[in-house]
Design a protein around this ligand. Sequence first.
Ligand code: PLP
Length: 375
Amino acid sequence: MPRPILLTVSRAALSHNLDTVYKYLNNGGTTPSFNSPSVWAVIKANAYGHGIEHAVVAFNRADGLAMLDIEEAIRCRQAGWQGPILLLEGFFEPADLPVLAEYNITAAIHCNAQLSMLEQAVLAKPINIFLKLNTGMNRLGYMPSEYKEAWQYASRLQQANKIDVLGKMTHFSRADDDLEVTMQQKQLFLDVTKNMPGPISICNSAATLNQQVWANIDPELKQWVRPGICLYGSSPFADRSAASLGLTGAQTLSAKLLSTREVPDGSSIGYGHQFTASGTTRMGVVACGYADGYPRMAGTGTPITVAGVRTRVLGRVSMDMLVADLTNIPHAQAGSEVILWGDGGPSIDEVAACAQTIGYELMCAVTPRVPRRIV
Ligand SMILES: *Cc1c(COP(=O)(O)O)cnc(C)c1O
């Protein structure tokens, strides 16, 4: 018998969340209008931990798929995806370029080293690119002062038949929590890229779902949005739940109770004795620990559902086990179902908040030893 822990991925939830994004883009309507923005469904990091192949099926209505690794891009083609594919960091070495041409993969370009690789490459056909402007994230992308020259360089490569479509992109750093900063980034993008034709992609999940931001983005910039986290049913906002945005969690981490016991008043539990019982306390040991990807930082008080009842974690999470409070769950026994997060339990964002992190990190971090089931 395998250890009783399971990650369940719901394709229906993934599809539902993509539909929800389309509804936001179409002001509540279900049918896209001719000028509604297109969606790059972001499936980097193995579809945020959910599995690329499942994401390709669940997101078959997306206009394009965006990711980081060329290997992931090839897996999408092998799984039958024929639509556009965008590599968010572009390519890394000259050997990547013939692969991009062969599989018809679009590349984000953020530096001249990449353009020079493209200049020197001998390609069967030109590739599509999005030239990335750094508007304040200060991670990847050309500085505003460098962008025009980079654009001219790319335009020459377009004339030389190395580039087919030449687009423009940037990435917001605070679309979840700061309208002013986001509007400055947006304005800088507009100013720097004006009179440069081509497709545009600027909005991540937060910018797409934050109504204040979205309402203030010029219509001509709403061409390709790049939502990631919301497609997996987690909220990009610290102060708004996924459910309130119409999103459904796409992954459920569940396990079983290995044993239960009653400890007398004053007993302490787990490594470091971080929790001490006041009064007789019934507790259960859950077959899930940090080696499964459950965050060790989630200590006493983190929500957890046992036998259908919401309760809390007690003491420190260990490598393979954690302890749940069963004081008010007399029917819980060894073998009872435990939901760490997801359907029937706390949301992944609630658990993440207790561990001082975000849903993104938890969903990517479930480890390979946890069996997976797709529904
Ligand atoms: C990860 C990523 C996204 C998606 O971000 P979410 O916050 O998950 O919506 C969009 N664009 C780029 C460049 C990214 O790296």
